[in-house]
Ligand binder design. Sequence first.
Ligand code: FRU
Length: 497
Amino acid sequence: MSTANKSQYNSRVTPYVFSCWILAAFGGLMFGYDIGISGGVTGMDEFLMKFFPKVHERKLHAHENNYCKYDDEMLQLFTSSLYIAALVASFFASKACSLFGRRPTILMASLFFIAGSIFCGAANAKWMLIFGRVLFGIGVGFGNEAVPLFLSEIAPIHHRGAVNILFQLLVTVGILVANLINYGTAMMKHGWRVSLGLAAVPGFILFIGSLVITETPPSLLEMGKEMEARAALQKIRGVDNVDAEFQQIVTGCEQAKQVKRPFKKLFKKSGFPALFISTIIQVFQQFTGINAIMFYAPVLFQTLGFKSDASLLSAVITGLVNVGATFVSIYAVDKLGRRKLLLQASIQMFISQVAIGAILVTHLKATGSLDKVLAAVVVVLVCTFVMSFAWSWGPMGWLIPSEIFPIETRTAGFAFAVSTNMIFTFIIAQAFLSMLCHMRAYIFFFFSAWILVMGLFVVFLLPETKGVPIELVEERVWKQHPVWKKFFKDDAKETTD
Ligand SMILES: OC[C@H]1O[C@](O)(CO)[C@@H](O)[C@@H]1O
């Protein structure tokens, strides 16, 4: 079936499949909500006074050392404990995805998430707060593993990029909603409880979703349920004749069944290209510096001398830009391809970061403020940065790893992508406030140097996967690439275990 192309695959987007996409993508909203909520909450006085009185004290008296007022390890742990938990959980989630399927894994994610929001919203002690964040984290680990795989596996081939990006779209919506909620609760008594507790809402929607959505055909085949797999494919494609596509998936799964230890296979020579690309793309996604802005936008804008309210508002503006630009990606990814978007964005991100760094280094006053016009220019530059991230490295970080592994190593390989995202999100979350304190505005030059490296990576090492059926990626992508084809030379000699 090496000649499979899109015309061989019958498919219509049925209302049922559309609802499956949207419901599953709520896993992204849960993740985004968490990312967005902690920055605002950590700026709220009542929250700081209750759990981090020393930081509150410093915040009240900060002037000169503005860059350092939020530099506190426990406060950073509040944000970053979630990512450590998610990192560990993603490997369990990979097992759960293979053994029980994508759907039950999504269900588990929602339950952890609801439990986490109860603990955080009701927290009376620091341990409850951190424990709640850990539960959230387990939910995120399960959701981030299962949802992108789910989306890629039920998407019609010629819309795969767009469908997969629904996950990242809802991540961005989650961040925005969280920012808006923080904006509303900032002045409220117990506002922080409302902000943290409301996370239960997307968790609950995902819970309902996981009862409604179908299991994916590859996952059903992986569990040996051939009849159900065909029926599921017919249901999601909305046509009876799904023979060509079904045969393709069956062939992929038969090969997979011969592989008893996917993690071992992943570390063989021929497993390296996909493992490398999906890991590095997540490292790079985080080294764009996006989360320095996403987590700490209100804190960052306050540091630049905006008042509390204005800072939250600026964070809402960047949140809106983030959502809007992700739509651009949905529209363009299956037309322009992955590489073009990543390259264009690397250039735009580089210019934005260098310009922000230059303005801050040369014009930030000793009091930690900027004059009005320059402050507005910085907000605009932050927006051009966020915008280009949102149509490139943001969604591609999930899309590319979900489509470059063969089925036998897909869940295991994807777990590496998820956990890498978590480790590096953690590193940035944990380190950013200290880095900001020590490197000051030079931090923007640090990130822009990374962006330069990323551009070169795309030019030389990243293959295009637009329009290639997942089952044919090895033949059509890896074995044709000038660098990566060398890893498939001794293919025949490799055993299948
Ligand atoms: O939209 C920005 C968000 O997207 C992610 O990179 C996930 O893909 C997050 O780490 C970040 O906060």
